[in-house]
Design a protein around this ligand. Structure first.
Ligand code: PMP
Length: 401
């Protein structure tokens, strides 16, 4: 294979479960909150009354009945969706691939907010794009440095047309870009003729219900928005959407059709049926409650286990799935992840989220799917690994002692 799928190929090992291992690695939603009986009734009704349509190929559109459900979700973050700007996907992973194939060309450079979701970097590499990390300051992605970077890359002969961002409760840091910063980034994008790719699976999962205005809301013509039902409903339906500027809609729709031929009418029907009966608010509130509780348990356990005198720093997130630990002295966290595995807990080392070897001092902890009663034990095991002396220090201690 000529393309580079390195990060995606390595990730499954980290998601392996089994034995006594407590997994803090996989970014899985907590499906305990799903009303399975209601969904089962709706699915069975859908198949019984409309099975020959729901199980048939369908046209490459977001189904009419589902458009209000998507519009409702996007409006919660001031975004806009209607029948004209939507393209169906099998989730944002497909959205990322479609964007890279439709709007980029092999050899072109895409700027990436880092640390970055490895599925995004793998999708871009697989489409033949070169990746370049976008610089940050203390408020996140830095528009001034963006200008400098793009000018430098272009004067060195690179074609740079896109900037990828996961702006709210970012995977893996949990960080959110402020609205004023978003506006500044968009101003830079317009000046530089850069299309902004906004990947937003977690935006409605703020623990206190607060939302942040989408890039797409601030400038719909400069932004390709990737939405998904994976984190506010369930990933198993493999359903999402792209909200695209008018002039890109056709190219994106064509590539989406090439990738999947047709969206799943069954999945779209199930989502539309759920929305028309229950709306989103109740389910999203239940997800938020679950993640707020789990995040608090995990952050409290980290405080208690690591104490104040620790080289590991982190911030309590306000939403999403993840806690991001960094080593103050920039130590390579990979060996701590291995030590953690030996102690029976899995976490993802920061190098997986890098574009060019950066972030090796990070560890991603996912709280969204850990059973509540296992969180303290998992963090206890992790703390034992994080406070273990480095191998060479262990040898010195052994010689000295
Ligand atoms: N983008 C980000 C930032 C993600 O974290 C994920 C899933 N973990 C995806 C995209 C892909 O999600 P899906 O294909 O299920 O919509």
């Amino acid at each position: 294979m000529w393309t580079d799928t390195r990060p995606a190929a390595e990730l499954p090992k980290l998601f392996e479960r089994g034995g006594d291992v407590i997994s803090l690695s996989g970014g899985l939603p907590d499906l305990d909150v799903l009303p399975l009986d209601a969904i089962s009734t709706q699915l069975s009704r859908l198949v019984r009354l409309g099975g020959k349509l729901a199980l048939q190929y369908t046209t490459p559109h977001v189904a009419k009945a589902l458009v209000p459900a998507v519009a409702d979700l996007m409006a919660r973050e001031d975004g806009h969706a209607d029948g004209d700007n939507l393209i169906p996907t099998s989730g944002s992973q497909m959205g990322l691939t479609a964007v890279a194939l439709a709007l980029g060309a092999p050899g072109e450079t895409i700027l990436v907010q880092t640390p970055a979701y490895p599925g995004a970097t793998a999708a871009f590499r697989t489409a033949g794009l070169e990746l370049h990390g976008a610089a940050e300051d203390e408020n996140g992605l830095d528009p001034e440095q963006l200008r400098t970077t793009v000018r430098e890359l272009r004067s060195a002969g690179a074609t740079v047309r896109m900037l990828y961002v996961n702006p709210t409760f970012q995977n893996p840091t949990g960080a959110t870009l402020s609205v004023p910063r978003r506006a500044e980034i968009l101003t830079a994008c317009r000046e530089l003729d850069l299309l902004l790719i906004e990947d937003n699976p977690y935006g409605l999962l703020g623990f206190d219900g607060a939302t942040t205005t989408l890039f797409q809301a601030l400038d719909p013509q400069q932004v390709v928005y990737l939405g998904t039902f994976s984190k506010i409903f369930a990933p198993g339906l493999r359903s999402g959407w792209i909200a695209a500027p008018q002039h890109l809609r056709h190219d994106l729709a064509r590539v989406a059709e090439i990738i999947s031929l047709s969206p799943s009418a069954l999945a779209q029907g199930a989502l539309a049926a759920f929305y028309s009966r229950s709306g989103w608010t109740d389910l999203i509130d239940r997800y938020r409650d679950s993640y707020r509780e789990r995040c608090t348990l995990m952050a409290d356990a980290l405080d208690a286990e690591l104490g104040a005198d620790t080289p590991w720093t982190w911030q309590r997130p306000d939403g999403g799935f993840y806690l991001w630990l960094r080593h103050r002295d920039r130590a390579d966290a990979g060996r701590y992840a291995q030590a953690a595995a030996a102690h029976g807990v899995s976490v993802v080392p920061g190098g997986h989220f890098s574009v060019a070897g950066e972030h090796a001092d990070g560890l991603r902890l996912c709280f969204s799917n850990v059973p509540r009663k296992k969180i303290a034990e998992g963090i206890g095991r992790l703390a034992a690994a994080l406070t273990e002396p480095a191998p060479q220090e262990r040898e010195l201690t052994a010689v000295a002692g």
